[in-house]
Design a protein around this ligand. Structure first.
Ligand code: AR6
Length: 171
């Protein structure tokens, strides 16, 4: 089980072995965090991603990190669920994203991984519920990844993730 950390900041600035991007099925890049990751990694990221597309919601795949600064060596692309009210298995798909990211990270020998709050931007997932799923899934999944850093991009997500971490640690 990994140690979980929560920080406020830019995913692309994290000094870890691999970062997770919240992609769409084309893996060609898009808005939000995916835009920042593709901008930093350069155009070969979209080339490598599109060769692996389409990627189903809930799944994850890895590419090299291209122009991202070391120590980041891999980008793990995952496709979160689009929030449609909660009746379309969104929670299971979101949990699957986090589990699959860890499984892919394991195949690469990744020890430190930074993840954004998948689906809480363009895809509209309610952030409190998304934070609960992120923390509960990551803290209970068996993995060789030693540290997972949850990167919040705004104060609201930071507080939600922190309180989930506290609540679930004592439960
Ligand atoms: N670092 C960390 N977190 C960030 C950053 C950043 N640089 N930028 C945004 N966030 P989103 P989604 C946060 O929309 O909801 C794209 O077009 C953001 O505040 O990036 O899964 C893809 O190509 C939010 O909390 O991803 C897909 O089409 C979180 O990252 C679609 O958006 C996720 O927001 C995926 O939507």
């Amino acid at each position: 089980m990994p140690v979980l950390e929560v920080v406020l900041g830019d995913l692309v600035a994290q000094r870890v072995d691999a970062i997770v991007t919240a992609a769409n099925e084309s893996l060609l890049g898009g808005g939000g965090v995916d835009r920042a990751v593709h901008a930093a990694a350069g155009p070969r990221l979209a080339e490598a991603g599109s060769a692996l597309a389409p990627l189903d919601p809930g799944d994850a795949v890895a590419t090299p990190a291209f122009r991202l600064d070391p120590p980041v060596r891999h980008v793990i692309h995952t496709v979160g669920p689009v929030w449609e009210g909660g009746g379309y298995d969104e929670a299971a798909v979101l949990a699957s994203c986090y589990r699959r990211c860890l499984a892919v990270a394991d195949t690469l020998g990744v020890r430190s991984l930074a993840v954004p709050a998948i689906s809480t931007g363009v895809y509209g997932y309610p952030p409190a519920e998304a934070a609960r799923i992120a923390v509960s899934t990551l803290r209970t999944t068996r993995t060789g990844v030693a540290v997972v850093r949850l990167v919040a991009f705004d104060q609201g997500n930071l507080e939600l993730l922190r309180s989930e971490l506290l609540a679930q640690e004592v439960s």
